[in-house]
Design a protein around this ligand. Structure first.
Ligand code: PLP
Length: 393
């Protein structure tokens, strides 16, 4: 019998990948499946970015790079943050990561241990809780409420902080709710954190360019008073339709940058060199593909919200960011997970049940509108037919 450590039995998963596998399996059997389950843009990576990677390979960039990433890319990240948010970041604080996820993985690994509390949004990205449980820290859900527009409540978040709290995880625009936390609320939260100088903050801003209805993204780097304890998570996956490239970045405060560098050296050495050159092209090249993609998501967002609100027993708040809708399905009589799996098996529509995003997410499902308007409309029709003809189980 292999004697492995118990922590591995506590690692969770991201059910979106299981739903994707099931949807792919059904489609391979000839079923007509519409996938509104997976959180990745249905666009191609813009051509000039692909070309930059090809050129890097042709130019011989085949070797290891520094573990923290190549300097021109770290400079490009710093310049981009300065341009978009007027914040000063040194390239020495930047680390190129293999996607967005490793930043949350490493942060939680650095700060979580038995006896420590880590606050995370619920509903929220499932990997936060999974990793917290892995470390043996106590996961403390911060409720993200529909009646609050799926924004963080500064007051409620601050009320959950104790002397045991080591890390607070923030995410806006948010997965799975599409919620955006307004600046006034972030201001209040940061002001309240002054009482808790030992609490680190990890701000997951991977959807920062996907905001609608005139919202502007609030980057946590804009608050100098927490810069010495702020970890910023961001990357190319969503903004540039680059989920499969595995390219992200973190801004690490103080000694955490060196901890992260050492973890990289121990684990993966460096991020794929050609992807890093693609990352420079993405940040420094034309942004019209990003603008066009976000405008298209905005159009679909309106279609999906209007359609969902017409379904029996369903109500959907208008998401202000990302590319997800998080409708309330409690009045359908269906528990959310059986509803999601029956919709996939019987109606050919892949969505994710709320409980896959947290202990407080029963009564909701997540739809990703990273699919064509035509498919979204077809999926809404199928959901309407299903809900009007099928009894809850
Ligand atoms: N953070 C959030 C909130 C996400 O939704 C995702 C992906 O779905 C990630 C991070 C991870 O991004 P990546 O694919 O770059 O690891």
């Amino acid at each position: 019998m292999l004697r492995t450590i118990a922590a591995f039995d506590r690692i969770g998963e991201e059910n979106a990948f299981a739903v994707l596998a099931r949807a792919t399996h059904l489609a391979a059997q000839g079923r007509d499946i519409i996938n509104l389950g997976i959180g990745q843009p249905d666009f191609r990576t813009p051509e000039h970015i692909v070309e930059a990677a090809v050129k890097a390979l042709r130019d011989g960039h085949h070797g290891y790079t520094p573990a923290v990433g190549i300097l021109p890319l770290r400079e490009a990240v710093a310049a981009d943050l300065d341009k978009r948010f007027a914040v000063t970041v040194s390239p020495d604080e930047v680390m190129i990561m293999p996607g967005g996820k490793p930043t949350m993985f490493m942060s939680i690994l650095m700060l979580g241990e038995p006896g420590a509390d880590i606050l995370y949004p619920d509903p929220g990205f499932p990997i936060y809780r999974s990793m917290i449980e892995y470390t043996g820290a106590r996961p403390v859900p911060v409720p993200i409420r529909e009646e609050n527009g799926f924004a963080f409540s500064a007051e409620e978040t601050l009320s959950l902080i104790t002397r045991e709290t080591r890390l607070l995880i923030l995410n806006s625009p948010a997965n799975p709710t599409g919620g955006v936390t307004p600046k006034a609320e972030v201001d209040k939260l940061v002001a309240g954190l002054a009482r808790w100088p030992d609490v680190a903050v990890m701000s997951d801003e991977i959807y920062d360019q996907m905001v609608y209805d005139g919202e502007t993204h609030v980057c946590l780097l804009s608050y100098p008073e927490i810069r010495d304890r702020l970890i910023l998570l961001n990357g190319w996956s969503k903004t540039y339709a680059m989920t499969g490239w595995r390219l992200g970045y973190a801004i690490w405060p103080g000694k955490l940058h060196d901890y992260a560098r050492k973890l990289a050296v121990n684990l993966y050495s460096c991020v794929n060199a050609s992807a890093q050159y693609a990352g420079i092209a993405a940040l420094t090249g034309p942004q019209d593909a990003v603008d066009a993609m976000v405008a298209e998501f905005d159009r679909r967002r309106k279609v999906v919200v209007a359609g969902l609100n017409k379904l029996p027993g369903v109500s959907c708040a208008t998401p202000k960011g990302a590319f997800y809708a998080f409708p309330n399905v409690s009045r359908t009589g269906w528990p959310a997970k059986p509803l999601a799996s029956s919709l996939l098996d019987d109606a050919g529509v892949a969505i994710i049940g709320g409980p896959d995003f947290g202990v407080l997410a029963e009564g909701y499902v997540r739809l990703s509108y990273a699919n064509s308007t035509e498919n979204i409309l077809k999926a809404l029709d199928r959901m309407g037919e299903f809900l009007s003809t099928r009894k809850a189980i």
